[in-house]
Design a protein around this ligand. Sequence first.
Ligand SMILES: *[C@@H]1O[C@H](CO)[C@@H](O)[C@H](O)[C@H]1NC(C)=O
Ligand SMILES: *[C@@H]1O[C@H](CO)[C@@H](O)[C@H](O)[C@H]1NC(C)=O
Ligand SMILES: *[C@@H]1O[C@H](CO)[C@@H](O)[C@H](O)[C@H]1NC(C)=O
Length: 267
Amino acid sequence: MAMLSSRAVVFLILLAGGVQAGGGTSKCKLSVDNQREKKALSLLEPLTNISFKAQTTDGNDSYTYVLQICDDADGVKDAGVIQKDKSGKTVRIGNYNAAEATAGGDWVMLIYRGGEKYDNHCSNEERKAIILISCNRSVAVGELSMIQEKNEKSLDCFYLFELESSVLCADVQPKLSTGSILLIIGFSCLAVYLIGGFLYQRLVVGAKGVEQFPNYAFWSEIGNLSADGCDFVCRSRGSREEPPTYRGVATEPLEEPEERDDHLLPM
Ligand SMILES: *[C@@H]1O[C@H](CO)[C@@H](O)[C@H](O)[C@H]1NC(C)=O
Ligand SMILES: *[C@@H]1O[C@H](CO)[C@@H](O)[C@H](O)[C@H]1NC(C)=O
Ligand SMILES: *[C@@H]1O[C@H](CO)[C@@H](O)[C@H](O)[C@H]1NC(C)=O
């Protein structure tokens, strides 16, 4: 039940994100501004406005990374990912106004470029962050983890992060909504009532023709009452002659189904 409602909430958030054109992700500026990238970015809508943190230790050094989807990480203007060391020194790893987004079946790869330049490796290029966000049905919003900093190369260095969330999971089998489940239960009950009542009337009570319908008297009474009600409410003229067929309608067809039914008996 809890699972269902959290999914419902995620779904609602997704819907809201879809409706309000470019909500939280609209602050990201895509380097290649095409429809594909926009669509990939929009999948991350439910993850905006969350500050993700990851910790790494390297010998005596420990670093904290802060990631925000399309917003200032740790309040640093334009930075999507920053790194902080023990002393609080902050290094900009990538900017959300130089973003790229690529989507696969159940993942999105987000790249933030334009970070602070490396001092003495990677040909002094700008730092960049690659964030892989993938489907995990068991977590609504997972923990950010820092996979590695690839900086022993002469070019194309990067910081790699990973994040899991159920919002990236493509729903393979369509889920039945509560409404349709209720409808199915309702129809099943109705069917059981009709078939059970029919068999009971036919086999136990020994009724024939329309009388075989369960609670026939009750339902025909209801039918007559609502017909009377309709008559009373809808007719503009008050008094009206009782049509001669009124009684006949209920009794006459009794004969026909009875005859037809008789062939159906297994005997
Ligand atoms: C985003 O989060 C901040 C505080 O963390 C909150 O004040 C703001 O209302 C949130 N915005 C949305 C759109 O949820
Ligand atoms: C870590 O710190 C301790 C004491 O502060 C020092 O003795 C040690 O050499 C340091 N290790 C490294 C790898 O820097
Ligand atoms: C999904 O997340 C749960 C909880 O964090 C973890 O135990 C599980 O291994 C993850 N599944 C995959 C496929 O990564």
